[in-house]
Design a protein around this ligand. Structure first.
Ligand code: DQA
Length: 146
């Protein structure tokens, strides 16, 4: 069994309500249900278990990275605005062994210039940005080898 974590940072608990013209109308609990069902149908040769955690607090996100980062198969991380500000989260990604994919729902490079910089990207396996909620599924496909 391989465990994969989807980790969401600040303000992503408001998905569905928050700036729907940028982030869409779907709330994330709903989307996670869909992704869980999809993961189960795809887990044929190998079993994958999808976990989800969200926090608005930087230190709690760091604690979660430490908790799973030596045993999980992969981490799909949307750090929200912390991607653009947090050296502490970048250090946490460097410190752990589990590979991290940085995801963003919107295309951060097509938005304000302060969103073009991410402290996390250099320490991540890769970056997926701009595909709406599908950004998470694309990252999941990578970790599942699909
Ligand atoms: C975001 C992009 C960030 O710039 C922003 O601060 C977010 C969401 C995205 O998923 O598009 O909170 O990470």
């Amino acid at each position: 069994m391989k465990n994969i974590l989807i980790l969401n940072g600040p303000n992503l608990n408001l998905l569905g309500k928050r700036e729907p013209e940028i982030y869409g109308n779907t709330d994330f609990e709903h989307y996670i249900d869909y992704l869980n069902r999809w993961t189960d149908t795809q887990s044929k040769k190998e079993e994958f278990h999808l976990h989800y955690f969200q926090s608005n607090v930087e230190g709690i996100l760091i604690d979660k990275l430490h908790e799973v980062g030596f045993s999980y198969h992969g981490i799909i991380f949307n750090a929200g605005a912390y991607a653009h500000t947090s050296i502490a989260l970048a250090d946490a990604i460097r410190a752990i062994q589990t590979p991290v994919i940085e995801v963003h729902i919107s295309n951060v490079h097509a938005r304000e210039s302060f969103r073009h910089q991410s402290y996390l990207s250099a320490y991540c396996e890769g970056i997926i940005t701009g595909f709406g909620l599908n950004s998470y599924k694309l990252a999941l496909r990578y970790f599942m080898g699909l």
